[in-house]
Design a protein around this ligand. Structure first.
Ligand SMILES: [Mn+2]
Length: 336
């Protein structure tokens, strides 16, 4: 059964066709699908990102006509990829494990159909089911992760719980869904995590680019290294974008703002490039918290992150670079 916005009227991402996740005929021709994950039960500080999916879907000044030709790329990703919106997953904020299981099932069904899952959060807890579902399809340990964030999200526990927006990256590496040495973090800064967790990250051979390194080397050089690593001995890249990677001045609507981040221009360029070079197997955009937003700045950014990612995928497909959205018959996608 289709649920539109769990916390508001049913509206699709920029007016793309609505589809019913349980009726494959309604999304048969789609190559990418929007999935809302309106869950903020994993936040450690201020909440509100349960309203993120709706804000990311509807925040725009252009007509909601399901068409967005990109000036930079010369493609209309919503049209060319046949993007549909499967609505929200029903995720009760007080029931974390039930919520995450439902999301994992939804993402797995989409990935298994050879359709690119585009998940709108929600807090970062949702990266655990998102990446897990993709790994079940692509191959356990065969998905690399490029993770934009101010925070590492590698905590061992959060207030005594295994699940929360501060722990998903540790759970993913512990389970083997993805390899620590193919887990790439970009934009970390500030005062968390503590040395014990940094030691654990180093033991896993995670590659984390702190803002100081990004400033010193430039983001392009960082992306060169990140993409080379992500594409080595893995079949697909999962792109996880926490909007708090961007400076709070350009992304105020989020729960755990950390000053001194990327510019919105840098994030959009990086997302576009990763999607163009891929192969992108899935993405999520998380931690957009409308109650803390101002003038919809952060909701606009989330909306544009999705468009740049889809634009990059459509561009790659048009170039015949393929691999961004794979046919389910592709032998690379067989279970290993
Ligand atoms: Mn995060």
């Amino acid at each position: 059964m289709r649920i539109g916005n769990l916390y508001g009227p049913d509206a699709t991402f920029l007016g793309v066709p609505a589809a019913d996740p349980d009726d494959r005929a309604t999304w048969r021709d789609a190559r990418a699908a929007i999935i809302g994950a309106p869950f903020d039960g994993g936040t450690s500080h201020r909440s509100g990102c349960r309203f993120g999916p709706q804000a990311i879907r509807i925040t725009d000044y252009l007509p909601h006509d399901g068409s967005r030709p990109s000036l930079a790329l010369g493609v209309d990703p919503l049209i060319e990829l046949g993007v549909v919106d499967l609505g929200d997953v029903e995720m009760p904020s007080g029931e974390t494990e039930k919520s995450l299981a439902r999301l994992e099932d939804r993402v797995a069904a989409v990935a298994a159909a050879g359709v690119l899952p585009v998940v709108l959060g929600g807090d970062h807890t949702i990266a655990l089911p998102d990446v897990t579902a993709l790994a079940r399809h692509v191959g356990w340990g065969r998905v690399s992760v490029i993770h934009f964030d101010a925070h590492a999200d590698t905590g061992d526990s959060q207030m005594g719980s295994l699940y929360g927006h501060g722990t998903p990256m540790r759970r993913l590496i512990e389970s083997g869904a993805c390899r620590g040495d193919r887990f790439i973090q970009i934009g970390l800064r500030g005062y968390w995590p503590e040395p014990e967790t940094l030691d654990w990250m180093a033991d896993q051979q995670m590659r984390s680019f702190e803002m100081g390194e990004i400033v010193a080397r430039g983001l392009d050089a960082v992306l060169d290294e990140a993409l080379e690593l992500a594409r080595t001995d893995c079949e697909a890249i999962f792109l996880s974008v926490d909007v708090d990677v961007v400076d709070p001045g350009s992304a105020p609507g989020t729960g755990t703002p950390e000053p001194g981040g990327l510019s919105s221009r840098q994030l959009l360029d990086a997302v576009r490039r990763i999607a163009m070079e891929g192969p992108l197997g899935g993405l999520d955009v998380v931690e957009v918290s409308p109650p803390y937003d101002h003038a919809e700045i952060t909701a606009y950014l989330g909306n544009r992150v999705v468009l740049e990612a889809l634009g990059g995928v459509a561009w790659a497909a048009a170039q015949g670079r393929g691999a961004a959205v794979r046919d389910p018959g592709d032998p690379l996608l067989k279970d290993r």
